[in-house]
Write a protein that binds this ligand. Structure first.
Ligand SMILES: [Zn+2]
Length: 311
């Protein structure tokens, strides 16, 4: 049994069929965690879809209406880069509900892991790059609303810049946004995060971790967040179809362990979400995401439970 909860729902599948986004990965990860003996059924929480009230703390009424009624313009659907369907919309509402549940669980247990989410390209009024609803922003706003947290940091390690996150929180002093990403990659326009770590093409494990960890430590020590929202992209992996860094699978696990350890040492709860992963071999993407759960388990065992500073 795990010392924290995994949040998952079969409805996370975006049902994209033959698409570069392997949306069946959520189910594969959940099944493999159980089949491999890492998790039991009791470790899982099943989320409800986020309420529209939750979604509307981040997104515009116009965008929510378009998603719910299937009235996106052709250019809006093209920007989203996934075909519109009701199942797709339901999956985004569920993912946001899942990140809310994971965040509440993290405030209790120190970690809370959504086996989904991390849709960091979604803006308040439109979707981009496979992301229609920004689950992490929705969860941050909900936990602030519930009085569970005041300040949050988003640590985004997806290979693509967290443009939606940066745009949503650009004028918000209560949320620190840190993005480490490949500079020469999607999205073309990268609104400034609180801290952007721009990686050149082909950087190695060592260069990547040497950039991330000191910046993370400094951010945690100066900002003092009540919660870390981790957007744990699998796509900095060297075998990724949409990435251009040279990070090994082992390097990605080290990244996760070290980020979690820095938070845990400071008594800050961590919410994990998956984000992107487009390895040529889908099993690699699944394994990288599973390694994030292993990393959380190892770090939870290494550092004794420290209750949330916010409680
Ligand atoms: Zn990505």
């Amino acid at each position: 049994m795990l010392p924290f909860k995994l949040v998952y729902h079969d409805g996370y599948d975006l049902h994209l069929g033959a698409h570069v986004f392997p949306s069946q990965k959520y189910k594969l990860i959940a099944e493999k965690l159980v089949a491999g003996g890492t998790a039991t059924k009791q470790d899982f929480l099943r989320p409800e879809p986020a309420t529209d009230t939750d979604i509307l703390r981040v997104h515009t009424a116009d965008w929510v209406h378009k998603l719910k009624t299937g009235t996106l313009t052709r250019s809006e659907e093209m920007k989203l880069e996934v075909p519109y369907s009701q199942e797709l919309v339901d999956a985004f509402w569920l993912a946001a509900g899942g990140t809310i549940v994971a965040a509440h669980a993290a405030s209790r247990d120190g970690f809370g892991c959504n086996i989904g989410g991390g849709f960091h390209h979604a803006y308040p009024g439109h979707g981009e790059g496979f992301c229609a609803i920004h689950d992490v922003a929705v969860a941050i706003r909900r936990l602030q609303h519930d009085g569970v947290i005041q300040k949050a940091i988003v640590v985004d390690t997806d290979v693509h810049h967290g443009n939606g996150t940066a745009a949503i929180f650009s004028r918000d002093q209560s949320v620190f946004t840190l993005s480490i990403h490949q500079l020469n990659n999607y999205p073309a326009h990268k609104p400034a995060s609180t801290l952007d770590l721009n990686m050149e093409d082909g950087v190695s494990d060592e260069e990547y971790l040497n950039a991330l960890l000191p910046a993370l430590r400094h951010s945690l020590d100066t900002f003092h967040p009540d919660m870390v929202f981790y957007v744990g992209g699998a796509d900095p992996y060297r075998e990724d179809q949409l990435g251009g860094l040279d990070i090994s699978m082992n390097g990605l696990k080290k990244r996760d362990e070290q980020v979690f350890a820095e938070a845990r040492k400071r008594g800050i709860p961590v919410v994990t979400t998956l984000a992107g992963g487009y390895a040529w071999c889908v099993e690699d993407t699944v394994q990288i995401h599973i390694n994030t759960i292993y990393a959380a388990k190892e770090v939870a065992a290494k550092f004794p439970q420290v209750q949330s500073q916010a409680l």
